[in-house]
Design a protein around this ligand. Structure first.
Ligand SMILES: C[S@@+](CC[C@H](N)C(=O)[O-])C[C@H]1O[C@@H](n2cnc3c(N)ncnc32)[C@H](O)[C@@H]1O
Length: 402
């Protein structure tokens, strides 16, 4: 009786989600010519907290649109590098409003339910943030325009990848020539010009990439294989890859920046070959494990400072979360990181909702709750990111049940 009722409620929820999605789509179309700052209503304020991102980060997306955080977490753009240079976007109206929302504690442009720093309560307090010399004056003077350029440059401008995971895209994307490639390369060069026009000792991080793959994308690999990191001794590079192409040969090709590598993230989204074949379409499990193990060995030899393995939780893989922690340890990672699946529009709404096992109405919720409350996830080696809250809810659920 209970499972039947749950399935019935689940069906109703999916129909309601579909209706809301269609209304949102129509509404967005009406106003699509006038991009606006998106205020998210009905969220509890976070007085006394600080988020460094709007004071240090730029994400360059496809077609030159730029954000100051992951656009799923903070969906207001700062502008487009096609129409305005970096300095102008960085201190434009949108950025001033976003920074003000941090100072007034509302964080009203952020999606509190999606941001892992809000979810796992790791946002620094204003006092803690003041200890960083970059932010002391900024906070004391409540600055909404800044003299320094972004110190964290997140390249998410090319979606070219060797994989085409169902959660991420519906087809293979790889721009190696033609108009899209040319424009992507040009806009990327425009954004990076202030950083690389001449040798300098500027402190900044180049993150490549949350969009495609650093070794499949031509614009990214051209950058990585041709940069002479010794000209930018304080540049750090943060790599995020599916790992299949991080072969010994490709590692060697980017030897000009080996000393600049600050961190490497491998995305697994599985702990077995069978599940990997479903979640990471186009990948090759034995190659991934081989490359990950080798990068674990280089990490152990101190060749770079941080190796993290990632797992985006969904119905297809949640049962493998504990095995993933063990596998990450065995392969030499510093951390196993989990995050929740977000609707990137690749599935119809009901199929997406079917992946969301953390929703209490989901038919597999009891099983999910049993997995995520495993004490294994208490160890500091594990970072539950925006799953933290869901674990606390599952714990309460199990207490009520027994
Ligand atoms: C899109 S990939 C691009 C970077 C690189 N190719 C990689 O595999 O890490 C970045 C991360 O997004 C995750 N991801 C894919 N689909 C997602 C979704 N719908 N919601 C949240 N994360 C997703 C991937 O698992 C991966 O960890």
């Amino acid at each position: 009786m209970l499972p039947l009722l749950r399935r019935g409620l689940w069906g109703l929820r999916i129909r309601r989600e579909r209706l809301l999605a269609s209304l949102r789509f129509r509404f967005a179309k009406l106003f699509s010519r006038k991009p606006e700052s998106t205020v998210i209503d009905g969220q509890a304020p976070l007085p006394g907290r600080f988020c460094p991102n709007p004071f240090k980060q730029i994400d360059l997306e496809e077609s030159g649109v730029a954000f100051t955080c992951c656009s799923s977490w903070l969906p207001t753009p700062m502008g487009n590098i096609k129409h305005a240079p970096l300095e102008q976007m960085w201190n434009g109206q949108a950025m001033q409003k976003i920074r003000e929302s941090i100072f007034d504690g509302s964080f009203r442009y952020c999606r509190h339910d999606r941001c892992p720093m809000i979810q796992n309560d790791s946002l620094p307090t204003l006092d803690e943030a003041r200890e960083d010399p970059l932010f002391t004056k900024v906070i004391d003077e409540r600055q909404t325009t800044l003299k320094h350029l972004p110190q964290f440059v997140n390249l998410v401008n090319d979606r070219s990848c060797n994989l085409y995971c169902p959660s991420c895209r519906t087809e293979r994307i790889n721009h190696t020539e033609g108009a899209v490639y040319e424009e992507t390369a040009e806009l990327q060069a425009r954004l990076l010009e202030p950083y690389f026009s001449e040798s300098n000792d500027r402190h900044f991080v180049l993150s490549i990439t949350g969009s495609g793959d650093p070794f499949a994308s031509r614009v990214y690999r051209d950058l990585l294989y041709n940069l002479d990191g010794s000209k930018y001794p304080n540049m750090k590079i943060a790599l995020q890859t599916n790992g299949v192409l991080l072969t010994p040969r490709n590692w060697e090709r980017m030897k000009g920046v080996h000393d600049n590598i600050a961190s490497i993230i491998f995305s697994f989204d599985a702990a077995s070959e069978e599940t990997y074949a479903v979640t990471r379409r186009g990948g090759h499990w034995p190659t991934l494990v081989h490359n990950a193990r080798r990068m674990g060995e280089l990490r152990a030899r101190g060749l770079y400072p941080l190796l993290r393995f990632d797992f985006v939780v969904q119905k297809e893989n949640y049962r493998e979360m504990p095995a993933f922690v063990e596998l990450s340890r065995e392969l030499g990672a510093d951390r196993a990181y989990f995050s929740r699946l977000i609707d990137w529009g690749t599935w119809p709404k009901d199929r997406f909702m079917d992946q969301c096992v953390w929703e209490p109405q989901h038919p597999e919720y009891e099983d999910f709750a049993a997995v995520i409350t495993d004490p294994l996830f208490d160890q500091p080696f594990v970072d539950l990111g925006n799953m933290t809250d869901l674990r606390n809810i599952a714990k309460q659920h199990l207490v009520h049940l027994h």
